[in-house]
Write a protein that binds this ligand. Structure first.
Ligand SMILES: Nc1ncnc2c1ncn2[C@@H]1O[C@H](COP(=O)(O)OP(=O)(O)OP(=O)(O)O)[C@@H](O)[C@H]1O
Ligand SMILES: [Mg+2]
Length: 269
């Protein structure tokens, strides 16, 4: 493909994605990535490499369309996309950012699954996306309620979409008074325990912010930072997850088990 055609395609896709982004995104978070280009500057949260990679994924037919943005965050954006037969998927795209890659190392170094930590920022982010994919796979194999991972390439992760039509499931933190709190508590505690005992992982960022409430059931997301139970900080992260969950339920004036007993029950082999 000639350079000009390549550029044209690149800008076509980027403007497509940008238009979607502009619809809903918090504009403060959009940063201009490419003022140096002769072509008119465009605003995007996606860098050139990511857009090229997205184009390849569309060309290969892995994805049919990217429709809109579900969430714009510091580390990643999540988009609604479609695969063949018009099935919705969630596309999580990690931003290539040096600040992000710095703290990510805490969750990579010490995990026996990742012997070498890349020096290159982009490669750390790619490793991070593949880590989320692997963690989702492990959790899914253990029968846990996580989005099914579908595809990962570089900083792009495609997974099962949790929601109805174009409306993504709300986060548990936005549900004012969930009706089935006993079930919810037990399900979340079972998730922590099974993730530890069956998948040999600790979530590491579990809270009402990373649980979606769909069909009155919790779905556990954002599992990229999850570490192997052999990681030197796994117990610290486990305690943090347990504390978050108990803190969430405290406001509901319900009988709670003892968090310390639950911790020991979880780690006992
Ligand atoms: N599989 C999914 N189906 C539907 N919505 C999803 C899915 N995955 C993520 N989301 C939505 O995108 C949001 C951000 O996803 P996630 O928590 O995985 O990313 P994050 O790393 O926390 O991003 P941030 O930088 O915003 O904290 C979620 O809170 C949820 O609303
Ligand atoms: Mg999150």
């Amino acid at each position: 493909m000639k350079k000009d055609e390549e550029n044209e395609e690149f800008y076509e896709l980027s403007s497509h994605v940008d238009n979607l982004i502009k619809k809903k995104i918090d504009t403060k978070r959009i940063r201009e990535v490419d003022r140096s280009k002769k072509t008119a500057a465009f605003e995007s949260v996606l860098d050139e490499r990511t857009i090229t990679q997205l184009q390849k994924i569309l060309d290969k037919g892995i994805l049919n369309d990217i429709e809109g943005i579900i969430s714009a965050g510091k580390e990643a954006n999540v988009y609604l996309g479609y695969v063949q037969n018009s099935h919705e998927v969630a596309i999580k795209i990690y931003k290539i950012d040096s600040n992000t890659s710095r703290w990510m190392k805490n969750y990579i170094i010490g995990d026996p699954r990742f012997k070498k930590v890349p020096k290159n920022i982009a490669k750390i982010i790619y490793l991070w996306a593949s880590k989320e994919y692997k963690n989702l796979k492990r959790a899914q194999r253990a029968g846990l309620r996580v989005p099914k991972p579908i595809y990962v390439r570089d900083n792009i992760l495609i997974m099962e979409y949790i929601g109805f039509g174009s409306i993504p499931a709300p986060k548990l933190k936005d549900i004012v008074n969930p009706i089935n709190k006993e079930f919810l508590l037990n399900d979340i505690l079972d998730f922590i325990k099974n993730l530890y005992q069956k998948s040999k992982l600790v979530h590491g960022d579990l809270s009402e912010f990373n649980i979606l409430y769909h069909n009155q059931k919790p779905f556990y997301i954002d599992i990229s930072q999850a570490v192997s139970i052999e990681h030197p900080k796994s117990e610290k992260y486990l305690v943090r997850d347990i504390k978050n969950v108990f803190r969430y339920f405290e406001k509901y004036n319900m009988a709670l088990p003892n968090p310390e007993d639950f911790y020991y029950e979880t780690i006992e082999v």
